[in-house]
Design a protein around this ligand. Structure first.
Ligand SMILES: *Cc1c(COP(=O)(O)O)cnc(C)c1O
Length: 459
């Protein structure tokens, strides 16, 4: 038997053990961070390890690793597992291509481009559009900002930033906006955080006021980030209003749909992004709502010229054959690039666009189950709104941080908390499309039983 086959057998054995673990013990055995190096054999040593020891060490590591695919994991903006996507990702590992040239990636180039093409159609971008697969949502936002900067002043590429540029995003947007401003030379102090309304949506009138003031003060506004699914409340900024302002002042409009941009697939919910075709760039994370393995982020650009202007670099040693449309390294940030497209393609291909649509709609249906439960139960206070898969609430007035931490430490369920304005609350995310309505109701049951058994939490 070839070595790789033996290793794959080992892999299958470990996975089987993991799946059993997940059903027996949906919340992983927690190791306190201070105990980590004592509890597990993580040392790298001079000598090799025996096969049996290797296997048992691996089993211990797997058992202690947080389980994000189970029915009791609600902590993050991802969760669950799509089998066909797993198959695609495992094959991508076996194939081990790099996405920069057609020579090295072959049909994988077409797979990536097909996803981009179909996604551009769903957003409503026209013929000149294209895109790429960055390393994640933060990087998608970064690349969008760089394109905005370069479109505003192409000389930046050679001379560096000389103008006093400003960028705009809501107070509820993702923190990558601040980091990206720093990386791009715009500067963290030149990010303008615009107030959001009571539903967590950016207020366009405030945006325009700020832009006008900045122009008077001698700044150069270049970019507006519009969020499709804010991190805490899952709110959608009003695209059409923001697009009006961007057109008026000639600003790049980026839609950060890392969390909920996948609503482009849903006939029922795509209206939340009405006007999205007016944006200059759009990103979404298939590893969030669509349940592919991490990471799978898609950045779409209305005019592919902007991608080329900012990211292509002549490299004679690399681009020796085929055209630019097939040598994807000309529009990516990295040189060597992992194949993040195949897992999404195997999923999409197997269930069809209709199946992807179902995944999205199902999450909103689960959110409705949770919303109805919270609304109909006087022990709960609700803080989130309709059309969101983040359900934010408090139970019996218990401090959210305290309850979430206790639930986690006692291995009951893994759920996070967040804040909006002065309120802090539990945030239940119905993003795991493997869950049924019963699984959502089970979450509440498990939490309530825990509180009943631990009345000291009420003090
Ligand atoms: C998750 C998220 C990001 C960051 O995406 P990563 O892939 O984690 O880098 C950016 N914006 C929003 C709105 C997000 O929810």
């Amino acid at each position: 038997m070839s070595l790789i086959k033996a290793d794959l057998d080992l892999f299958n054995e470990l996975v089987e053990g993991l799946l059993n673990e997940e059903s027996d013990q949906p919340v992983a055995e927690r190791i306190a961070a201070t105990e980590l190096y004592n509890k597990l054999d993580l040392d790298l040593n001079e000598e090799p390890i025996l096969d049996d020891e290797f296997k048992s060490t691996m089993k211990e590591v797997l058992a202690a690793t947080p389980k994000t695919a189970t029915k009791l994991f609600f902590n993050q903006l991802f969760g669950g597992r799509q089998g066909k996507a797993i198959v695609g990702d495992l094959l991508a590992v076996m194939l081990n291509n790099s996405m920069y040239t057609y020579k090295v990636a072959g049909p994988q180039v077409g797979i990536e481009q097909e996803i981009i093409r179909k996604s551009c159609d769903l957003v409503g971008y026209g013929e000149g559009s294209n895109g790429t697969f960055p390393t994640g949502g933060s990087m998608s936002n970064y690349m969008a900002l760089i394109m905005a900067r370069d479109r505003h002043d192409l000389s930046v590429r050679s001379n560096g930033v000389s103008k006093r540029m400003t960028v705009y995003t809501s107070k509820e947007s993702h923190y990558s906006n601040a980091k990206n401003a720093s990386f791009s030379g715009v500067g963290r102090d030149n990010v303008r955080y615009i107030d959001s309304d009571e539903f967590g949506r950016l207020i366009p009138a405030r945006l325009e006021e700020q832009i006008k003031q900045d122009i008077i003060d001698g700044f150069d506004p270049i970019y507006v980030n519009c969020t499709a699914g804010t991190t805490v409340l899952g709110a959608f900024d009003p695209v059409n209003h923001i697009a009006d302002i961007c057109e008026k002042y000639d600003l790049w409009l980026h839609i950060d749909g890392a969390y909920c941009g996948s609503v482009i697939f849903s006939d029922r919910y795509r209206h939340l992004l009405k006007g999205m075709e007016r944006s200059d760039s759009f990103s979404y994370n298939a590893h969030k709502m669509l349940g592919t393995p991490m990471t799978c982020s898609i950045l779409l650009v209305k005019d592919k010229k902007d991608l080329h202007n900012s990211f292509s670099n002549d490299a004679d040693y690399l681009y020796q054959t085929d055209g630019d449309d097939f040598n994807l390294g000309k529009t990516s940030f990295q040189c060597g690039r992992r194949n993040d497209a195949l897992k999404f393609w195997t999923l999409w291909k197997s269930v069809g666009t209709k199946g992807i649509k179902k995944i999205v709609d199902h999450q909103f249906a689960l959110a409705d189950v949770a919303l109805r439960y919270v609304r109909n139960n006087p022990d709960y206070t609700l803080y989130s709104f309709d059309d969101s898969i983040s359900i934010c609430f408090n139970y019996k007035g218990i401090d959210a941080n305290k309850l979430c931490t206790a639930l986690y430490e006692r291995k009951i369920t893994v759920v996070g908390f967040g804040a909006f304005g002065k309120d802090e609350f539990i945030r239940l995310v119905t993003i795991n499309a493997n869950n049924s309505p019963d699984d959502i109701l089970n979450f509440f049951r498990v939490m309530e039983d825990f509180v009943d058994a631990n009345p000291e939490l009420l003090n």
